[in-house]
Design a protein around this ligand. Structure first.
Ligand SMILES: Nc1ncnc2c1ncn2[C@@H]1O[C@H](COP(=O)(O)OP(=O)(O)O)[C@@H](O)[C@H]1O
Ligand SMILES: [Mg+2]
Length: 215
């Protein structure tokens, strides 16, 4: 079954100088186990599209189906996990507590600590587990946000520029995590400018003039 399917998505934002048609009919299918990258210049609408795909925002027209059903108002994280461009870590929780959060919300309560430790270690931030987001660098926060999205082994993982603040080695670690979750059956969609990320993709797409085209 297709993990995520978008049809004819449009989104117009009203600005002082008139309406801005950011998405003009986006069609997108994401299959289990594949890593798909979306490129596009800054301001092309990648984040706006991701917000529609995970239910943070509603399209003006078009549909999104998650696991063969209309996208629910608030998808469960084990169905669709998100790494937003702005990260969205809870600042009153440590990195380890942030990563544990979606696991504690899901039914699979067993082995939370092991899963958190495994991901933090793989991403090179295990030594920072008990620090708060405000006590680590933005790149380290970004890796914690990736760990949190991957933790529940979601059916769909949407990562918006997940390597924007990472050095070369950390990018490799982040890509290894994305490939591994895809290997476990997760459908992974990544917005990125990084060639290093595009190289590990199964399919490359671009967002141009409000539509998705092969890159
Ligand atoms: N909530 C919003 N209200 C008004 N304009 C928005 C909103 N979100 C995004 N935009 C505009 O839509 C365009 C696409 O933004 P965005 O999706 O963030 O681009 P990208 O992620 O590709 O850099 C930009 O011109 C941006 O200013
Ligand atoms: Mg963006």
């Amino acid at each position: 079954m297709t993990a995520l399917a978008a049809r004819g998505l449009t989104r117009v934002f009203d600005h002082a100088d008139g309406p801005l048609e950011v998405l003009r009919g986006v069609d997108l299918d994401l299959e289990p186990g594949e890593v798909v990258t979306v490129s596009g210049r800054s301001g092309s609408g990648k984040s706006a599209l991701f917000a529609l795909l995970c239910g943070f925002d509603k399209p003006d027209s078009g549909t999104v189906e998650l696991l063969g059903r209309p996208l629910p108002e608030t998808p469960a994280w084990q169905d669709c996990a998100v790494l937003p461009q702005a990260l969205g870590l809870a600042h009153e929780l440590t990195l380890a507590e942030n990563v544990a959060l979606p696991l504690r919300l899901s039914d699979r309560r067993a082995a939370v600590a092991d899963r958190v430790d495994e991901l933090l270690t793989e991403l090179g931030i295990a030594a920072l587990a008990d620090r708060y987001p405000g006590e680590v660098s933005y790149g380290q926060q970004q890796r914690a946000a990736l760990a949190r999205a991957a933790a529940p082994r979601p059916r769909v993982l949407l990562a918006d520029e997940p390597t924007a603040h990472l050095d070369h080695d950390s990018v490799a670690a982040a890509l290894a995590v994305l490939r591994r979750v895809a290997g476990e059956g997760t459908a992974v969609l990544v917005a990125t400018h990084h060639d290093q990320v595009h190289r590990v993709a199964d399919r490359r797409l671009a967002l141009t003039d409000g539509r998705i085209v092969p890159a």
